[in-house]
Design a protein around this ligand. Structure first.
Ligand SMILES: Nc1ncnc2c1ncn2[C@@H]1O[C@H](COP(=O)(O)OP(=O)(O)O)[C@@H](O)[C@H]1O
Ligand SMILES: [Mg+2]
Length: 261
């Protein structure tokens, strides 16, 4: 259920894109693959300690946007200011070490490595920690993602929920300031989705800002502070979760109607 906690959210001003204090500001971001103009002009701000949900039809360019933010893809145009600086010239490693963490839509843990080792990989290779630091971090992260009782299990033995948790854990081990989640709730049962919503809330409480791409309506209503609709290469509408989910823009994009309301 939508709760008053969100509608009276203090940090976010009511203006369309205005946030009180932005950790990430994206302006006029675009990318084309040949004649496929996937992103035409994306504009948004992610507030400090905010969870911004992102919805949009398949192929809208949501994953592409994350790949641009993490440095995997180079945009055709636009700017990205993260933590006060333009990150255009930074590569994947630099951005990760600077505090941009992400999960992948299809989790691919090292199956022959244990849960603990998989989380450690994030700290060592993602954040550049020493082995000792990464071990300490991995123990903390394992508690947050509730895999602290499965540390010695091979990742290949994990069920889907635990794989998703591990995927989030690997990202958390890099000590992100912003965490980019790409459909971590996909394929889970109702109650498992509830657990992921709680996990994201806990991550937010730890002070991390989150961009959460998801198709599940409940995750947007219960788990985010604002929602952005991405379609036709632009940020169609951004606002409070319930307002966006009930908007004529969402109806138009998903059902091809709503223009005459
Ligand atoms: N590396 C790439 N090269 C060429 N086209 C790509 C590449 N990555 C994504 N695309 C295209 O960009 C579009 C958006 O894809 P994607 O971001 O995965 O959509 P979604 O919103 O479902 O995550 C699709 O048409 C896809 O084929
Ligand atoms: Mg995607």
């Amino acid at each position: 259920m939508f709760s008053d906690g969100y509608s009276s959210h203090k940090r976010i001003l009511t203006g369309r894109y205005k946030v009180l204090s932005a950790i990430l500001t994206v302006k006029d971001l675009s990318i084309s693959f040949g004649s496929n103009h996937v992103l035409k002009s994306i504009n948004f701000e992610l507030g400090e300690n905010e969870v911004l949900g992102v919805i949009g039809p398949n192929g809208a360019g949501k994953t592409v946007m994350l790949n641009i933010l993490t440095g995997i893809l180079k945009p055709t145009g636009g700017t990205m200011i993260f933590d006060g600086k333009d990150i255009a010239s930074e590569g994947v490693t630099e951005r990760c070490r600077g505090g941009i963490g992400r999960t992948f839509q299809v989790p691919r843990p090292f199956e022959q490595m244990t849960v603990f080792e998989n989380i450690m990989v994030g700290g060592v290779f993602g954040a550049g920690m020493s082995e000792a630091q990464a071990k300490e971090k991995a123990l903390k992260v394992a508690k947050i993602i509730k895999l602290d009782d499965k540390l010695d299990l091979f990742a290949g033995k994990l069920g889907l929920l635990d794989r998703k948790r591990l995927e989030i854990g690997r990202a958390l081990a890099t000590e992100p300031k912003i965490l980019l989640l790409d459909e971590v709730g996909g394929g889970l049962t109702e109650s498992e989705v509830g657990l992921i919503i709680n996990l994201v809330k806990e991550i937010k409480r730890e002070g991390v800002s989150v961009i959460w791409i998801e198709h599940i309506i409940r995750t947007m209503l219960e788990g985010t502070d604002r929602v952005m609709l991405l379609a036709d290469g632009v940020d169609v509408i951004t606002g409070k979760p319930l307002d966006v989910m009930n908007s004529k823009e969402v109806k138009r994009v998903y059902m091809g109607g709503g223009d005459d309301e």
